[in-house]
Design a protein around this ligand. Structure first.
Ligand SMILES: NC(=O)C1=CN([C@@H]2O[C@H](COP(=O)(O)OP(=O)(O)OC[C@H]3O[C@@H](n4cnc5c(N)ncnc54)[C@H](O)[C@@H]3O)[C@@H](O)[C@H]2O)C=CC1
Ligand SMILES: O=C(CO)COP(=O)(O)O
Length: 335
């Protein structure tokens, strides 16, 4: 069965998913907030700014008019950076098609409220819409999905029916889609791994080796799991695609924007300079601030996140942060 799907957000991930959906036969309306960008996609049949090199199907229609993008859609996918989601949902809410399943693919935590994406949805859409909203997680670089490389993701939703509808809409022989009801687990896994990915990049940028990176991945997963389970997640979710899977991908894969930020920091560049040279979002930079505050609120020890906070927001040198991390109080592994 094919659908008309509005994809709100024409960055790398929104475009890769829009491409996957339209290649599968769905009618896709891809919304960019900037008219020249939408016009260029519509004219060139590619997204030169965020996902160059991939041809988009003739059935995909790009627009910068939000009501037009949502008009006639029976499914809606949101793919904008977390810090603009509230603004985009505010504008989209009056035009959301009744009873359409919604899928958010953002991975972050809002700094001003410490809310994950489901919390932002709670504030922005009518209550009766909420059980139609699903959340996507898992190791999935946009470029590899666009290139048709086998990828496995997870759709989390409180409604099994909605999760299955997205599973059905997205799945192909190159995109395997699992379902889960653990929304908070998938959301926190996807957001917190970005912080650890920056740390792994810092480690590599400092010239450290595989031992250091493996330690960061493993102890990163431990602190991600500590916070997520405290907030209601199932521990096995964090060991799955949306936790461990995405963590390994972004801590080791050179396509990761978060890991790239870390690499440059480790080499001694300043955060502002690094960000000024980037056109794409590295969610982990903002998420570090939010996760640091969230850990304090929840009384949860997150030493790698704390170290990243000191590097990103207090100007501590990566080397000094490393020494502090390595010499913190001695403890048992499973504490
Ligand atoms: N790129 C990837 O491989 C993956 C990304 N994600 C997540 O998806 C979300 C989106 O990421 P990407 O598409 O990669 O980001 P991106 O940096 O490639 O694109 C961001 C898009 O948001 C738009 N934008 C900026 N300000 C806006 C505003 N005020 N209103 C509306 N749109 C605005 C930009 O013009 C751009 O089209 C993030 O939360 C990211 O963590 C999740 C999985 C994979
Ligand atoms: O979340 C991602 C892949 O699953 C993308 O990671 P980056 O945002 O670090 O590129």
């Amino acid at each position: 069965m094919t659908h008309t799907i509005a994809v709100l957000g024409a960055g790398a991930w929104g475009t890769a998913l829009a491409k996957a959906l339209s290649d599968k036969g769905h009618q896709v309306h891809l919304w960019s907030w900037q008219k020249p960008h939408a016009d260029a996609i519509q004219r060139d049949r590619t997204n030169q700014d965020f996902l160059p090199g991939f041809e988009l199907a003739p059935t995909l229609r790009a627009t910068s008019d939000l009501p037009d993008a949502l008009g006639g859609a029976d499914m809606v996918l949101t793919a904008v950076p977390t810090h603009v989601l509230r603004e985009v949902l505010g504008k989209a809410a009056p035009h959301l098609p009744e009873s359409a399943p919604i899928l958010s693919v953002s991975k972050g935590i809002e700094i001003s409220t410490l809310k994950v994406v489901s919390g932002i949805f709670e504030d922005c859409v009518p209550k009766e819409t909420l059980d139609r909203v699903a959340y996507l997680g898992g190791p999935s670089f946009a470029k590899e999905v666009a290139a048709g490389m086998p990828t496995a993701v997870v759709v989390a939703c409180t409604s099994h029916d909605v999760a299955c509808r997205w599973q059905e809409a997205l799945a192909t022989d190159r995109l395997r889609v699992y379902t889960t009801d653990d929304v908070i687990g998938i959301e926190l896994g996807g957001a917190l791994k970005n912080v650890i990915a920056i740390a792994a990049g810092v480690s590599d940028g400092l010239g450290f080796g595989h031992n250091s990176r493996a330690a960061l991945i493993t102890r990163g997963l431990a602190e991600m799991t500590r916070l997520a389970t405290k907030m209601g997640a199932h521990p096995l979710t964090l060991a799955g695609l949306g936790g461990m899977g995405d963590l390994v991908l972004t801590c080791t894969g050179d396509l990761s924007r978060n890991r790239t930020v870390g690499l440059e920091l480790g080499k001694g560049r300043k955060l502002d300079d690094i960000l000024a040279g980037m056109t794409q979002v590295a969610e982990g930079v903002r998420t570090t601030k939010a996760a640091y505050a969230l850990a304090q609120r929840e009384g949860c020890e997150m030493p790698i996140t704390d170290a990243m906070y000191r590097i990103l927001y207090e100007g501590q040198s990566p080397l000094e942060a490393t020494v502090e991390l390595m010499t913190r109080r001695k403890r048992a592994e499973r504490d």
